[in-house]
Design a protein around this ligand. Structure first.
Ligand SMILES: Cc1cc2nc3c(=O)[nH]c(=O)nc-3n(C[C@H](O)[C@H](O)[C@H](O)COP(=O)(O)OP(=O)(O)OC[C@H]3O[C@@H](n4cnc5c(N)ncnc54)[C@H](O)[C@@H]3O)c2cc1C
Length: 727
């Protein structure tokens, strides 16, 4: 008891001193005055200049124009730099080797945050640099929510507290977070008793709980936010192109005899065409790939990136309340664990392991199991955490960097770094999604100075600048979409949140359903609100491959890998109408997207984990499943063929296309040869029994087929008895 009391006293004392210190810093910190959001509000808002050019027009511009500034990398940082540079009046190009947000920027936790944990450190260690980082991030959090309110929203997050003396400790800490945010606080944090915490988060394990604190951070659709930044940049005049990679840097001697970068060698990854682009300045915003560009500048340069991978999993929505996340900032082994509602599902994570830099990071079974095991600790026993509930899993690479400006190049920078090389390559790396705009501002400031550029506006213009879709958006805008277009309410809400005021342009492209209601908007998957028109509109937003569409224009691959696989044929059909894909190209797109889902979105690890399950069925169950299998395998070949399935579906009155039948078979047929063997079926049923798989359409079909078969047998039996009875 005495030691508990001691902890309270020490905790109370430290937090009070911390609060005093932070309060002092808050009132006196010069840095706070550097973000004059008010001044920005007083400025005449910048008007977007033009409609979106097509990708062909963007490529033509890259082939014929010369630029003030070329930015390499179309993630959050690069897109932010492009928007900053173009709104200052610089002639800007943004070049992305794959798709916008195809790297780390679509694979984040989707939080827009100041960093509660960093604030704790800042206070405990009297660390002013850390404090400034948090303050900057809290400013940026407010700026992002203002700039794209359709793509970002405040999210209440619960911190469970397990010992009573931690309650005041956490409470003061979280109040400090609100306090440091000042006028940028999203909503005030509050304390909850154990009873109220369990009422709000019923799936939380209550036995050890003492209470909880709820605080607010932002949450976003990261890939669409990234795209919105890039599209806003292009509307303001920047030339932006995805699927174009930088393969080398060009140099020349300037008037002072110094060798400086004067252009980039590029390759269109879709056509294979190569050319050069002249420019006065180059910004390297390639995240984890930063060293590959630095080496193009100077092959001898010391590497600064120490990549680390972070895996997330998507679980069904019932793992968390729809409007409340959960975060434990200090698990027993010092990691952060969270699960957050996102787009009607739950995302949980994350891991932190050193890795190699790659364009296609893959989640591993160990990482997925680690997250599941952690999640289990927080949920009450009613919520059975099952491997089969993992709907999707992905890995992102943190671009952790050391600062080449500092003599100690070993230790990692806490924040981002901006470095200008001897030949004027400006590198921006590290940091976090939340601070992309401030990072871009610093990088463009450095570029203007190093390359002696003369922008029309010397000062950054992006703080508070509205992004694509934000101008006419209101939270109730979706009602007009329902009333004016006859869209289903859930679809209208989804369009409004994904496209902002551009949702009207999307709705105009929607096909008639042929039904009385909804009038327009054919869903591309029955379980999700994505509609046909989004595929057509996605092409106008520069989606050039099926992967661009399922992973970043729509977020289906991140939400449910199986649903993404099922929607793929329809998506490819619509894309091929827009992009005039040949049959061969359609097949290729299907293959590449399937590989993406298998490798990068966890489909293969899900399968491999299922196949490791030992057959755990009882004798009776095995007999039942053999019976069901034989009903479908009518001619007793020993396997079920596509034709058997077709016949069975027909008898059940279901009409499926060949593609749909292949999909139905693919979630069970491990060999992918179109033949399903009894062993595969028993394996699947074992996986369902042990919770490794939640649902299999084939298993359901077999069950229905058996019920039908039983009914028919009964009818036959009755008619025989009746005829025998001779009424
Ligand atoms: C697991 C995880 C969770 C995270 N969660 C959060 C969070 O919740 N909140 C937060 O604020 N931050 C978070 N972050 C951090 C944040 O996601 C990153 O800091 C940010 O996305 C990095 O963006 P970037 O543009 O620097 O890099 P990237 O998004 O990786 O972009 C770099 C781009 O450069 C392109 N490129 C590479 N080479 C070339 C070339 N030669 N030519 C042209 N293009 C090239 C790549 O294709 C890529 O698209 C998280 C990070 C991870 C890993």
């Amino acid at each position: 008891m005495a030691s508990r009391l001691g902890k309270v006293v020490i905790g109370g004392f430290t937090t009070t001193v911390g609060a005093g210190l932070a309060g002092y810093l808050f009132l006196t910190d010069e840095k706070d005055r550097r973000w004059p959001i008010k001044a920005h509000a007083e400025r005449a808002p910048l008007k977007a200049k033009r409609p979106l050019p097509s990708r062909d027009e963007q490529i033509k511009s890259l082939q014929s124009d010369s630029f003030d500034i070329v930015i390499i990398g179309g993630g959050a940082t690069g897109a932010g730099c492009a928007l900053d540079a173009t709104t200052r009046g610089l002639k800007t190009a943004l070049i992305e080797a794959d798709d916008f947000a195809s790297g780390t920027s679509s694979r984040s936790t989707k939080l827009i945050h100041g960093g509660v944990r960093y604030l704790q450190k800042a206070i405990m260690q009297f660390d002013i640099e850390q404090y400034r980082m948090v303050k900057e991030a809290l400013h940026e959090r407010a700026s992002m929510l203002h700039s794209a309110p359709h793509l970002a929203h405040p999210l209440p997050i619960m911190l469970p507290v397990y010992t009573w003396w931690q309650v005041p400790y956490y409470w003061v800490g979280i109040k400090m977070y609100d306090f440091v945010a000042g006028s940028k606080t999203l909503k005030s944090s509050y304390l909850l008793s154990k009873k109220n915490a369990l009422e709000l988060f019923p799936m939380l394990r209550g036995d050890r709980l003492s209470g909880a604190i709820v605080y607010y951070d932002g949450q976003q659709d990261d890939a669409r936010m990234n795209l919105a930044v890039a599209l806003t940049a292009t509307r303001h005049g920047a030339t932006v192109a995805n699927h174009v990679s930088v393969t080398g840097l060009m140099k020349e001697r300037n008037s002072q005899g110094k060798e400086v970068i004067c252009g980039v060698h590029v390759k269109d990854e879709l056509t294979g065409k190569k050319w050069t682009i002249p420019t006065k300045c180059v910004i390297n915003a390639t995240g984890p790939f930063t060293d590959s560009i630095r080496k193009m500048d100077n092959p001898q340069v010391k590497e600064i990136c120490s990549p680390s991978s972070g895996v997330h999993i998507t679980l069904p929505g019932y793992y968390s309340p729809e409007q409340m996340g959960l975060l434990d900032p200090s698990t027993s082994d010092g990691r952060v664990i969270f699960f957050l509602p996102w787009q009607k599902q739950t995302i949980a994570g994350t891991t932190d392991l050193p890795c190699q830099v790659t364009h296609s990071p893959k989640p591993t079974e160990d990482e997925i199991m680690f997250i599941l095991e952690e999640v289990k600790n927080y949920l009450n026993p009613d919520v059975e955490v099952r491997r089969g509930d993992v709907l999707s899993a992905w890995s992102g690479i943190r671009p952790l960097v050391s600062d080449p400006n500092k003599p100690d190049t070993q230790s990692l920078a806490r924040n981002h770094i901006v470095h200008v090389s001897g030949s004027n390559l400006v590198t921006i790396a590290g940091g976090k999604w939340t601070t992309y705009r401030a990072m871009a501002q610093e990088a463009v400031d450095a570029a203007v100075e190093a390359c002696q550029l003369n922008p029309a506006h010397k000062e950054c213009q992006t703080d508070g600048l509205l992004l694509e879709g934000a101008h006419g958006w209101t939270p109730t805008m979706y009602i007009r979409l329902v009333q004016d277009f006859g869209l289903e309410c859930e679809v209208a809400q989804h369009l409004s949140k994904s496209y902002g005021d551009r949702a009207f342009a999307v709705a105009k492209m929607a096909a008639l359903t042929g039904k009385r209601w909804p009038i327009i908007g054919k869903k591309i998957h029955p379980e999700f609100p994505y509609i046909d028109a989004e595929i057509r509109y996605g092409v106008r937003e520069y989606a050039m491959t099926a992967v661009d569409m399922i992973a970043r224009r729509l977020r289906l691959a991140f939400l449910n890998v199986q649903a993404a696989q099922e929607a793929l044929p329809d998506i490819i059909t619509i894309m091929s109408e827009e992009l005039e894909w040949s049959e061969e190209e359609q097949k290729q797109q299907h293959k590449l997207a399937t590989e993406f889902l298998q490798n990068e979105m966890g489909q293969n690890v899900n399968r491999a984990s299922r196949d490791k399950i030992p057959i755990n069925l009882s004798k009776e169950e095995i007999q039942l499943y053999i019976k069901r299998f034989q009903i479908i395998d009518k001619d007793r070949k020993g396997y079920v063929s596509i034709n058997d399935i077709r016949r069975s579906l027909k008898s059940l009155g279901m009409k499926l296309t060949d593609d749909e039948i292949h999909i139905l078979l693919s979630d069970i047929n491990v060999k992918n040869n179109g033949q399903l063997e009894l062993a595969d079926y028993l394996q699947m049923m074992s996986a369902i029994k042990s919770g490794h798989v939640t649902y299999s359409r084939f298993a359901r079909m077999a069950e229905l087929e058996e019920q039908k078969h039983e009914k028919e047998m009964l009818k036959k039996k009755i008619s025989v008895e009746r005829s025998g009875g001779g009424l």
